[in-house]
Design a protein around this ligand. Structure first.
Ligand SMILES: *[C@@H]1O[C@H](CO)[C@@H](O)[C@H](O)[C@H]1NC(C)=O
Ligand SMILES: *[C@@H]1O[C@H](CO)[C@@H](O)[C@H](O)[C@H]1NC(C)=O
Ligand SMILES: *[C@@H]1O[C@H](CO)[C@@H](O)[C@H](O)[C@H]1NC(C)=O
Ligand SMILES: *[C@@H]1O[C@H](CO)[C@@H](O)[C@H](O)[C@H]1NC(C)=O
Length: 265
């Protein structure tokens, strides 16, 4: 090693040490960060938060079942029985309560290609959202979609339907007469809107007859970037513009997942 390279090496070592000392001395909160967080906290406190996930209770309806979720959670260890802690296990369908569907839910090829819940885009699940009321005497058909006149560029829409008025998510027995998308409604959404997050207020985005159930899901999943959010609690939500945050679990190979969804006003 020449003395020049040694000198250069010592110089860069000194520079690194100086940097480290500056960083560690900078542990205290700066005035600008203090002002910023105070301001942010003030803005944040003024926003109303609406919880749009249903509570998991034994009587929550389950798709196609008379019996609801049933006793889906049980204690594994219990303080009362001398264990160190209370620790429970739960057993739920990935499509129970408020939940999202992954494209692999109705399409084996997509499932094998890795389109599970882990692959869902967080930017679709979180952002500005429009809540709309749908006509109470119809399912979500192409005609209804046309009449709603949702502008291009709107990426997230929650459809508040007759299901909310009928309080279907509070009835233990599954009700197959729920309101949802028909295949021409789904086709309209895919072809004539930019909607990527489709929220509905009962357990399926598709109406119930089996052929429609399959067709609607396949139509919505064909573009691979549309996320149905099902079983939303829209009771206290006035139609309008909000910010949605919806966070499903990162279930590897999950075809769906329960999700905690909230709205900020
Ligand atoms: C632990 O579980 C038991 C049995 O369900 C319950 O009675 C008790 O309140 C629980 N304790 C805590 C600390 O959660
Ligand atoms: C979980 O629930 C399913 C469906 O209700 C049932 O078939 C299965 O036996 C349960 N598994 C466990 C480990 O309890
Ligand atoms: C929506 O479709 C379901 C299933 O075909 C049907 O039972 C229900 O009556 C329809 N709802 C409305 C409001 O037309
Ligand atoms: C399933 O997804 C594959 C890959 O995108 C697509 O080619 C196929 O048409 C889909 N199948 C159905 C029935 O939608």
């Amino acid at each position: 090693m020449t003395s020049h390279t040694l000198f250069a090496l010592l110089l860069s070592l000194a520079a690194v040490l100086t940097l480290v000392s500056v960083v560690s001395a900078a542990g205290a909160v700066s005035t600008s960060d203090f002002q910023k967080i105070t301001r942010e906290e003030r803005n944040y406190r003024q926003k109303k938060v609406i919880d749009i996930s249903h509570k998991y209770v034994p009587d929550l309806p389950a798709f196609g079942s008379k019996n609801g979720l049933g006793n889906f959670i049980r204690l594994q260890t219990s303080i009362k029985l001398g264990d160190l802690s209370n620790d429970s296990v739960f057993n739920l369908s990935t499509h129970s309560g408020t939940h999202v569907d992954a494209p692999g839910h109705f399409n084996e090829t997509l499932f094998e290609l890795g389109y599970d819940v882990v692959s869902l885009d967080l930017r679709t699940l979180n952002g500005p959202v429009l809540v709309v009321d749908t006509p109470r005497d119809k399912n979500i058909t192409a005609e209804v979609m046309r009449s709603l006149n949702i502008p291009r560029g709107v990426k997230r829409v929650l459809f508040r339907t007759l299901n909310t008025d009928r309080r279907l998510m509070y009835k233990k027995e599954f009700d197959s007469s729920y309101t949802a998308f028909t295949s021409d409604g789904a086709e309209y959404l895919v072809q004539n809107t930019d909607i990527k997050l489709v929220g509905v207020d009962y357990l399926s985005v598709a109406i119930n007859p089996k052929d429609q159930l399959v067709k609607v899901h396949q139509l919505l999943f064909a573009p691979k970037d549309i996320i149905p959010v099902e079983g939303l609690k829209l009771d206290d939500v006035v139609p309008g513009v909000y910010t949605i945050h919806c966070l499903p679990l990162r279930l590897n190979h999950g075809d769906g997942s329960p999700a905690r969804c909230i709205l900020f006003q």
